[in-house]
Design a protein around this ligand. Structure first.
Ligand code: JFB
Length: 246
């Protein structure tokens, strides 16, 4: 497979959508080797306890280190090659961006640790870091109840970049946030009919003049990016100007 992904969670059913559509097909065709594991497999008490009260007090519960240590030890036994990257979703992580998705898509093996409660005992990541790269990531500046939704987001963004997953790989270079699109947002898209409820498709798109169409699309991307995400608009670099961006 191009990518092996292990997901450890106390809610394995939450990852069921990964069996659908593009990601599901990638798993079916062997591009992706996906395994979802229930953390409680690595508990030994009658109640299969995965959490406990936080040292230092405070609200909520913290995930105990022992089950995680055993789970990661089972999934990444000493001597495992290639050494996987441990991806830990957390509100306190580095921002997950398309550039990070490209980085992760180059990895042969990813292990995802889905936390719940107030998070995972910090010693789990510290201990794992002695044996593998640990990447704490956040999918955005809003608060979720756990890491599972983040894993769905990250895996979708990563797997679609793998060769053979998306029908037309060219589409990956023309989309919003793609480096090949200078990180700009895409402009509007249209299909048949040429007029719908009185709304016309911009005539240039029906002109067959591919130079004019390319310029129009560029202009639309710049205009939309400046309006919706001014932070993404490239600034002219001294001496390089906006080559090709105007
Ligand atoms: N990625 C990502 C995230 C999360 C996230 C991820 C993992 C966990 C595990 C536990 N929680 C709950 C919690 C813990 C501490 N503070 C607030 C909420 C999580 C939230 N929230 N928002 C994001 N963008």
């Amino acid at each position: 497979p191009a990518l092996r992904a292990d997901v450890v969670t106390i809610f394995p059913d939450y990852l069921a959508p990964l069996r659908l559509s593009l990601i599901g097909r990638a798993a079916q065709t062997g591009i992706l080797d996906l395994a979802v594991h229930d953390l409680r497999e690595w508990t030994h008490d009658r109640h299969r306890t995965v959490d406990d009260t936080p040292y230092g007090g405070g609200a909520g519960m913290v995930m105990r280190p022992e089950p995680w240590g055993e789970a990661l030890g089972a999934l990444v036994p000493p001597g495992t090659t290639p050494v996987p990257r441990l991806v830990v979703p957390t509100p306190a992580g580095r921002r997950f961006t398309q550039a990070v998705a490209v980085e992760l898509a180059a990895e042969p093996h990813l292990v995802f640790a889905c936390g719940r409660y107030e998070g995972i005992d910090a010693r789990v990541a510290a201990d794992a870091a002695t044996r593998m790269r640990v990447d704490e990531i956040s999918i955005g500046d809003y608060v979720l109840n756990g890491g599972e939704a983040a894993v769905l987001v990250v895996l979708e963004a990563v797997v679609r970049l793998l060769p053979g997953v998306v029908g037309n790989p060219e589409s990956l270079t023309e989309e919003s946030h793609a480096a090949e699109h200078d990180g700009l947002l895409e402009g509007p898209v249209y299909t048949k009919p040429p007029v719908w409820r009185g709304h016309e498709v911009p005539p240039v798109l029906l002109s067959g003049d591919h130079g004019a169409i390319g310029r129009w699309r560029r202009e639309q991307a710049l205009e939309r990016t400046a309006r919706v995400r001014p932070d993404l608009v490239p600034v002219p670099v001294a001496g390089r100007g906006l080559d090709g961006l105007t």
